[in-house]
Design a binder for this molecule. Structure first.
Ligand code: MG
Length: 220
């Protein structure tokens, strides 16, 4: 739950910064690489990111996110900013070992608490082309990049998503993470800041419980 946001969907872009794609051994794709996080991942600043037992490495990914302000389908790039109302810092928390193990990322990206998001600020109050994102872990800067480093800038992303699905008011769009991602461990504090906009700071805690048993395949 989040005091300011209740998105019907959270649409995310993978590998949208060249240097980040390279650090994980990937290329920037030819078209935006989209995935979804369930709205149940969403938490505000101050709430703990819960590291599930037995999942291995859990990474931070500081990102610039936008809130959709107007319903739209087949949005043209030239009009895309008109469909966005707010900008907000977000953390696309990722179970990296599960992401590498799976063909798609629902599990790796979808645990409860894996989408901390700050307080949205109206786009009218910022220079959206000049934004940058800075991530700190325990006060130490780990990521710092301008949105101008994106392979696919926000208008391209918005237009592209709207060719696939209707964007609804309140939907969140996470635009990808720059280089410098790394693991979080319990008792870390991770902060994603968009200077001039705000930040979202969350502690990391181990989720209670034992690793769940691997479901067994039904034998023939
Ligand atoms: Mg990401």
């Amino acid at each position: 739950m989040h005091p300011d946001l209740s998105p019907g969907k959270i649409v995310c872009v993978g590998r949208n910064y060249l240097a980040h794609a390279s650090e994980l051994g990937n290329d920037v794709p030819d078209e935006p690489l989209l995935f979804l996080k369930p709205p149940s991942t969403l938490i505000p600043g101050g709430e703990p990111i819960l590291q599930p037992p037995g999942v291995g490495r859990v990474d931070f990914e500081g990102e610039v996110a936008f809130v959709v302000g107007r319903k739209g389908r087949f949005i043209r790039e030239e009009e895309a900013w008109d469909y966005l109302s707010h900008v907000v810092p977000a953390n696309d928390v990722t179970a990296r070992d599960l992401q590498r193990a799976d063909a798609q990322w629902t599990r790796a990206k979808g645990f409860d608490t894996f989408c901390p998001v700050g307080t949205p600020v109206p786009l009218a109050e910022v220079d959206a082309e000049a934004l940058r994102v800075v991530t700190r872990v325990n006060g130490e800067v780990r990521q710092d990049a301008p949105v101008s480093d994106m392979a696919f800038p926000p208008p391209v992303v918005v237009s592209y998503i709207s060719r696939i699905m209707t964007l609804e008011p309140g939907d969140l769009i996470l635009t990808g993470t720059p280089e410098g991602v790394g693991p979080l461990v319990p008792w870390d504090e991770v902060e994603v800041e968009i200077p001039g906009v705000g930040s979202v700071l969350n502690p990391v805690r181990a989720a209670p419980g034992a690793p769940w048993p691997r479901p067994r395949t039904r034998s023939a």
